[in-house]
Structures are given as structure tokens and as C-alpha cells.
Design a protein around this ligand. Structure first.
Ligand code: 2BH
Ligand code: MN
Ligand code: MN
Ligand code: MN
Length: 301
């Protein structure tokens, strides 16, 4: 079994500096060796160098910030992730902000058309160019993947291969009004922190997988935004929201998905080591590495 680490030092989907350092810190913390110690054949051919598009030549389109840069980078990431997946490797994308998921999931769906998507996040990241308030594209990848809005030509390359019934959220607790409407209108299944409290993480993961992968036969793409975790667990991230998943709840999701044997792609996103004090950065990076290990087979016993 082979994992390809796709280091994506990219921050164009949001406005806080430092999230592009996430992959560098995760690799520096020893993640490749940690995965090799789990028995994985590890391919890491260095972090991807994305050719910059200057702000001067990338003015906003409507509210969207850095639209051409985000689009170009995500298109490249889709090729890279799809390439690894087609070679039978498990692409492990290290962000970088969550707009990258437009690329990673495009790559996965191109390779595994019947894949389902488990999106672990405090946020739904499903704003359209019309509903976004911030214009930060890290709050929009899911809307593009669903094909909800095709009004921006720069994103015409994103194929609407994600179906609403193949998507499930865990950890939601900070959803914009426009996103709530989209979730309702599209009948998208979401387990917010309320459901996690009500049922417990074990039941939530079981219900989430029953929804998108009832026979546990579809490939799974797990896109994990570390801000799904409580800020006390993962403080160094761009959009922290209180009342999040505990360290164990986050790891249980990863462990349970690994146990299905269906995982084909993983994203660990939004680690921003420059946002807080050094100790918080180290803690958040360590949690990112630990989540990846759990999703790739590390067990407690
Ligand atoms: N909904 C907000 C927050 C987006 C959060 C993105 B994240 O989940 O990738 O951190 C927005 O649209 O700006
Ligand atoms: Mn590569
Ligand atoms: Mn996100
Ligand atoms: Mn988030």
C-alpha cells in the first residue's frame, strides 16, 4: 500500500498569511517517516511550487478573491491527485487552505466516479459566488464540486461530479445563512456538533457512512479541516470556532474510516503554524500528523 504526500503550500483561498506553511511544518514534524513506520510505501517528491499570479493580474471577480490563482492551483492539484490515485496510490494532500479541496476531490472523482465524500469541518465551505460574504474561496469548494453555480468561467474546468447524496458533513457549527439554505434545498446530510453531542461520535460516524456508503463498498475521500476540532485542540488555524470536536472525536472519525477499508484519498487542511504562539503551532501540527496516522491505520492497541 502506497501513499503519495501532496504538499500544497497555498493560502490564496483566504486572507491570513501562514497557512501555506502548513505542509512544510507537517513534513518537518516527520509525517513521511511516521507513515512509513505504519508500513506504508511513502512517495514525497517535495512540496508543489505553484507559479504565482500577482494580485495586479488577478483582480476580484465579483466578491471572489484571487480567483485565477485559486483556479489555476486547484486545477494543477486535481491533475496531481488524480495521477497518484490512478497509479493506485492514496493521495494525502497537506494544506494549505481548504479551497484546495476543489482540486483534490476533482482528482478523486475523476479516478473513482462512485466515491463518497466525508467533509469534517466547523464550516460547510459551500458558499456560491452569489452567497459568499467574505469572497474567500476556501468557503466555497463544495459548491463548485456540486456544480451549484457555473457563472464564473475561470472555474468552468470543475466538473460537477459530486452528487449531494454522496456528501456528508461532520462537525458543523458555523454555517452562513446562504449555506443553510443550500444544505436544505439540496437535501445534504450534515451532522453538526448538536448531533455529535446527542448521539455520540460513534453513532454519528455510523449514520454518516450509512448515508453515503451503506454497503461500505464506495471509495471514501476524507477531507479534514483541522478547525473541525475545538480550538483548545487545534488552535493554530485561520477560522477557529469554539465548541468543536475533542481530540478523541477527531481521531475516532479517522480510525473508523480507516476500518472501512474504503479510504482512497485524504486531505489535512487549514493548519496555519504562524497564527498563534509556537506551542500552539507545534500542538496543531502534531494533531495534523496524528489525524493522518489514524486515517492511515494507526491503532491504539
Ligand atoms: N463561511 C465563511 C468561512 C469559511 C471557512 C472556510 B474553511 O472551512 O475552509 O476554514 C466564509 O465563507 O468565509
Ligand atoms: Mn507528487
Ligand atoms: Mn474548510
Ligand atoms: Mn473550517
Amino acid at each position: 500500500k502506497s501513499v503519495a504526500i501532496v504538499g500544497c503550500p497555498f493560502s490564496g483561498g483566504q486572507t491570513k498569511a501562514g497557512v501555506d506553511k502548513g505542509p512544510i511544518y507537517l513534513v518537518e514534524a516527520g509525517l513521511p517517516q511516521q507513515l512509513a513506520d505504519l508500513g506504508w510505501q511513502v512517495q514525497f517528491d517535495g512540496h508543489h511550487q505553484f507559479e504565482e499570479i500577482s494580485a495586479a493580474s488577478d483582480p476580484p471577480i465579483g466578491k471572489l478573491k484571487n480567483p485565477r490563482f485559486v483556479s489555476k492551483v486547484c486545477q494543477a492539484v486535481a491533475q496531481v491527485v488524480g495521477g497518484h490515485a490512478k497509479k493506485g496510490q492514496l493521495p494525502l494532500t497537506l494544506g494549505g487552505d481548504h479551497s484546495l479541496a476543489m482540486g483534490t476531490i476533482s482528482g478523486t472523482l475523476d479516478t473513482y466516479p462512485d466515491a463518497c465524500l466525508v467533509w469534517v469541518d466547523a464550516h460547510a465551505d459551500i458558499n456560491t459566488p452569489q452567497t459568499t460574504d467574505s469572497g474567500n474561496i476556501h468557503g466555497m469548494p463544495v459548491s463548485f464540486l456540486l456544480g451549484l453555480d457555473t457563472s464564473v468561467p475561470e472555474f468552468a474546468w470543475v466538473k460537477p461530479n459530486l452528487k449531494p447524496n454522496k456528501l456528508v458533513y461532520i462537525g458543523l457549527r458555523d454555517i452562513d445563512a446562504g449555506e443553510k439554505k443550500i444544505l436544505r434545498e439540496n437535501g445534504i446530510k450534515a451532522f453538526s456538533m448538536h448531533e455529535v453531542d446527542k448521539w455520540g461520535i460513534g453513532k454519528v460516524v455510523e449514520m454518516a457512512l450509512d448515508h453515503v456508503n451503506p454497503k461500505r463498498e464506495s471509495p471514501i475521500h476524507l477531507s479534514f479541516d483541522v478547525d473541525a476540532l475545538d480550538p483548545s485542540v487545534a488552535p493554530s488555524t485561520g477560522t477557529p470556532v469554539r465548541g468543536g470536536l475533542t481530540f478523541r472525536e477527531g481521531h475516532y472519525i479517522c480510525e473508523a474510516i480507516y476500518e472501512t477499508g474504503c479510504l482512497v484519498a485524504l486531505d489535512i487542511m487549514e493548519v496555519n503554524p504562524s497564527l498563534a504562539d509556537a506551542a500552539s503551532a507545534v500542538q496543531t501540527v502534531a494533531v495534523g500528523c496524528s489525524l493522518a496516522r489514524s486515517a492511515l491505520g494507526e491503532t491504539l492497541l
